[in-house]
Ligand binder design. Structure first.
Ligand code: PLP
Length: 482
């Protein structure tokens, strides 16, 4: 690494990125390229001789950016947000600059210790129970994604259960979740060897706003116990992917406790909102959980990736995931004086991700972060009111955070139940390139999702997005009159 070369090139790169943010609204939000477009534009093999950064940046501008979907555009309303910020960016930059691999404490004591401190800070902001803090039996760790978070706790829970019922009892272990639980749990079950027929997917519907019914869970557990199975893991969600449903943690917590099950809460998206006192109620009952996860890389101004996981009993995780090869042995670890995060995750190597979360927490402060969340929720409320005022649209589920689920109403004479109509509307608005929204299906209905959460989004963007939706709906209806 030549420091002067870095200085010169990094300045160019920062200018390039700043210009990108200045012009971000000029790109179609959803990339409009066709599959395989890039192979036609890039040589078949790597160059023999060095090229200039200017040439590479020209290619980024001309060949890469057309194939980018602009998640940071203020007109991005799809899936859930994946925030960037100056603070998060600077943290990423610093992490890339130091480029350490902090798997054990000794490989960079600051990386381990800062991660513990920053997750304690965030845990306190969320008013998580004391046992999740590193000062007790538990602690926090940064995983890459919520998918990794649920996998590692499922492995810990599985092994804990097998120690109890016997190591050959894998076929008896049962996992509970709902039909709204993110697919990452299914993947985790596949990896953990949970028998597919032992994954209980509890049905939800509009009567509970798509949250888990504690009665259904109790029934399912009793049934499984009756046939000699062993309920061991429950995954609840605060802010489901389709519609931000919130499972009733308190009641679910009591059920898992009385059945000695591991209770995990996935708050990947909505966890961020719970730093505001008025939304903290959605975490009531978190004291009954064994693990809790939120993605700082979604709605917390921390550049991807940064998924915060807290566990009540870190030893359960370590028992499942630790290895101790000779080549990693060192005095601090052997003396049990330190935390080695390699034993809390799947890979060995790990990035210095706490730097960017630390930057975000320090450069914004709690009050600004709360304002940030509230602003997006107000914008979503505003969008919801626009939809509600238009008789040809309907708001489909109760909005809780910054996601609005809505649809264009089919005419009562129409043969279409509205699914094709809304599918076509989604296609039409996304093809304009002016906005990007996504969809889901709830109770058999095709529904449009409008997720406010890009850091640059203002009210004018929401109004403009609504105009695009109205215009495209009018065009569709004119083509296919009601
Ligand atoms: N859980 C919920 C509720 C989500 O909405 C998502 C993604 O949107 C995930 C988990 C998966 O997140 P990740 O990409 O961090 O694994």
């Amino acid at each position: 690494m030549d420091a002067e070369q870095l200085r010169e090139n990094a300045h160019l790169m920062v200018d390039f990125i700043a210009d990108y943010y200045n012009s971000i609204e000029s790109f179609p939000v959803l990339s409009q390229v066709q599959p395989g477009y890039l192979r036609k534009l890039i040589p078949d093999s790597a160059p023999n001789h060095p090229e200039s950064l200017h040439n590479v940046l020209d290619d980024v501008q001309g060949k890469i950016l057309p194939g980018v979907t602009h998640w940071q555009s203020p007109n991005y309303f799809a899936y859930y947000p994946s925030n960037s910020s100056v603070a998060g960016f600077l943290g990423e930059m610093l992490s890339a600059g130091l480029n350490i691999v902090g798997f054990s404490w000794i490989t960079s004591p600051a990386a381990t210790e800062l991660e513990m401190i920053v997750l304690d800070w965030l845990g306190k902001m969320l008013k998580l129970p004391e046992h999740f803090l590193s000062t007790g039996q538990g602690g926090g760790v940064i995983q890459g994604t919520a998918s990794e978070a649920v996998l590692v706790v499922l492995l810990a829970a599985r092994d804990k259960a097998l120690r109890k019922v016997g190591k050959n009892a894998l076929e008896k272990l049962v996992v509970y979740a709902s039909d709204q639980t993110h697919a990452s749990l299914q993947k985790a079950c596949q990896i953990a060897g949970i028998y597919p027929e032992n994954c209980r997917i509890l049905k939800t519907d509009s009567s509970t706003n798509y949250s888990i019914s504690p009665d259904l869970l109790t029934e399912a557990i009793s049934h499984d116990l009756g046939i000699g199975l062993f309920p061991f893991f429950l995954c609840a969600t605060v802010g489901t992917t389709s519609s931000t449903a919130v499972d009733p943690l308190l009641e679910l917590g009591k059920i898992s406790k009385s059945n000695e099950m591991w209770f995990h809460v996935d708050a990947a998206y909505a966890g961020s909102a719970c730093i505001c006192p008025e939304y903290r109620q959605y975490l009531n009952g978190v004291e009954e959980t064994d693990s809790f996860n939120m993605n700082a890389h979604k709605w917390f101004l921390t550049n991807f990736d940064c998924s915060a996981l807290w566990v009540k009993d870190r030893h359960a995780l370590i028992q499942s995931l630790s290895t101790n090869p000779e080549y990693l042995k060192n005095k601090a670890s052997e003396a049990n004086m330190v935390m080695d995060y390699k034993d809390w995750q799947i890979p060995l190597g790990r990035r210095f991700r706490s730097l960017k979360l630390w930057m975000v927490l320090r450069l914004y402060g709690l009050e600004n972060l709360q304002c940030y969340i509230r602003n997006h929720i107000q914008l979503a409320e505003h969008f919801e009111a626009l939809v509600a005022q238009d008789p040809i649209f309907e708001v489909v589920t109760r909005r809780i955070f910054s996601l609005v689920c809505f649809r264009l109403l089919p005419h009562h004479n129409s043969e279409d139940d509205g699914n094709k109509l809304n599918h076509d509307l989604l296609d039409a608005v996304n093809t304009t390139g002016k906005i990007f929204i996504s969809h889901t299906v709830l109770s058999g209905k095709y529904i449009l999702r409008f997720a406010v959460g890009a850091p640059l989004t203002e009210e004018r963007h929401v109004n403009a997005a609504w105009k695009v939706l109205q215009d495209e709906a009018s065009t569709l209806l004119a083509r296919d009159p009601l």
